[in-house]
Design a protein around this ligand. Structure first.
Ligand SMILES: [Zn+2]
Ligand SMILES: [Zn+2]
Length: 278
């Protein structure tokens, strides 16, 4: 089964704006059997108020609250329309917002029965002047997070603590881009080095993932980020996950049609070859 398990749509304000049908047709062209739509759901107003960014930037992070109903309806229509050519699964990429757990719980309850699949990701950490994006720019990462926690490795530590908390709170079906905190690793001195303590944190997250029976997003978007240059998660983690038989699901994280299915060959090389032979 060829799956693209993490993709965005024309509802994403920081995506290309191309019609979702075009993404799906691209996936069909590339022989995908399953295509999972995992748009960013709206962020609650009370959280948006805690983001020290311009109104324009905040609005670009996720769809408007008023759009969520039409997103779900429209995606289900596409699912029906293409059902003979590709299996579409309608979902969301949920954010872990520890001070707004009720919001995420509300989304899950409100759309129960309409969500085939969800990914849980950490995109925000507490930082200078409120909550900061983990993946905006290296300058923002430095100003908002490194200045707040002291150094790169302390940010990593908090990121993984938060991710572990997220998994234990929501028991997701899949964990999104596990090593997102490494997005700017080549920008920062020592960014590539992983302290022993952090390795232990990551292994403990993997063991929780294993226990809970959830899967990992093998997200190739990181390969194309000039300061990351590798898929999320890093290859040593992929190896461990394969050893422990944690399912890794390919995800292009496409925000444009030409990104659908990107670097699927690398997924095959890293994940299928590393899987234990039976
Ligand atoms: Zn996005
Ligand atoms: Zn994401």
């Amino acid at each position: 089964m060829k799956i693209d398990g993490h993709t965005h749509t024309h509802y994403c304000p920081h995506g290309s704006g191309e019609e979702t049908a075009k993404y799906i047709e691209k996936a069909i062209e590339l022989d995908f059997d399953v295509y999972v739509l995992t748009e960013h759901p709206p962020l609650p107003a009370s959280f948006r108020n805690q983001l020290p960014y311009s109104e324009e930037l905040i609005s670009s992070l996720a769809m408007k609250e008023a759009d969520l109903d039409s997103y779900i309806k429209e995606m289900h229509k596409l699912k029906q329309k293409y059902k003979d050519r590709i299996q579409i699964r309608v979902g969301l990429e949920l954010d872990y917002l520890p001070e707004h757990l009720d919001w995420t719980r509300y989304l899950l309850k409100e759309y129960d029965g309409y969500l085939d699949e969800t990914i849980l990701s950490v995109h925000f950490l507490k930082g200078v002047n409120g909550w900061r994006c983990v993946d905006l720019t290296p300058e923002d990462y430095k100003e908002g997070l490194i200045e707040y926690y002291g150094d790169f490795h302390s940010v990593q530590k908090v990121y993984y603590q938060t991710l572990q908390e997220a998994i234990c709170t929501f028991h997701p079906t899949r964990v999104g881009h596990l090593t997102l905190c490494q997005k700017f690793q080549h920008y920062f001195a020592n960014g590539l080095y992983i302290p022993e303590e952090t390795r232990k944190q990551i292994l403990s997250i993997l063991s929780i993932i294993k226990q809970q029976g959830c899967s990992l997003d093998f997200n190739t978007a990181g390969l194309y980020k000039k300061y990351c240059l590798e898929p999320y998660p890093s290859s040593w983690i992929v190896q461990k996950a394969c050893e422990w038989e944690i399912p890794l699901i390919f995800g292009s994280d496409a925000h444009a049609v030409d990104q659908v299915g990107r670097s699927y060959d690398i997924y095959l090389k890293q994940c299928i070859k590393a899987a234990p032979k039976r």
